[in-house]
Design a protein around this ligand. Sequence first.
Ligand code: PMP
Length: 279
Amino acid sequence: MWVYLNGEFLDSAEAKISPLDRGFTFGEGVYEVITSYDKNFFLFYEHLDRLKSSLEKTFIPYPKELSNLENILSDLHDKNGFSNQSFYIQITRGVQEFRSHQDNILKAPTVFITSQNLELNPYRINPEKKGLRARLEEDIRWARCDIKTTGLIGNVLSLHDQTKDEVDEILFHKNGIIHEGSKSNVFFVKENIVYTPSLKHNILPGVTRAYVIRLLKKNKITLFEDSIPLDFIYKSDEIWLTSSTKEIQPVESIGDYKIPKKNSDLLIWRRILESFDDS
Ligand code: PMP
């Protein structure tokens, strides 16, 4: 696999990052995931904007190669060769020779990019496919989940707990209010009205979430960005998750609770997924 590291394309086995990188010693890094379909980058500028915002919020300097990001991704696309790919762009504060909490002796930020085969959303081909299994979990993450940081231990911790059921996604909640998935945003439908947790609830401003909101408006479907209590799960006709690699995928069960089946022609998630334009 080819990767990009600080200005060079390398075989992944040749890519070396110093253990003195603050990404390793302090967990200080941000990232972005961009998908491409037949080499067309989907929502590229929206992702670039969020990456800029993550860098600004963490005071990591803007690496100069980001102005050439589209060309770098394009070259990596050709080198790795898959038709559809997901690109992971990771930027850390950089290498610090002498350990100190202060960062005044740093070189440039570290920029590391990988790409891998992107599996197409299976619900595009088969919308009748069994939905995802999710479970609920108290949101134990830090209070700045609006920043897309590489520090994902809070998101993945309970996946390592062997006593917990294996699921496709974890839904985080706090004080009785639903936040988001561990790797996705969440939407609910009740009586043909769509609800999603508002950004004030310490969640990632998902690029797909924003795109879906635009599509809902275009399709004249009412949407509320709101505080969504846990018991809303049991009143919903549809629950779906959104992310750059998932697009939209329906949830079938949350813990022991199964979402009642509805006539599939009426499902809003299917209409919105059909109107995705990533060609
Ligand atoms: N929330 C979290 C915690 C995520 O990790 C992701 C996926 N990166 C999302 C939401 C969805 O964001 P996006 O639509 O920008 O991929």
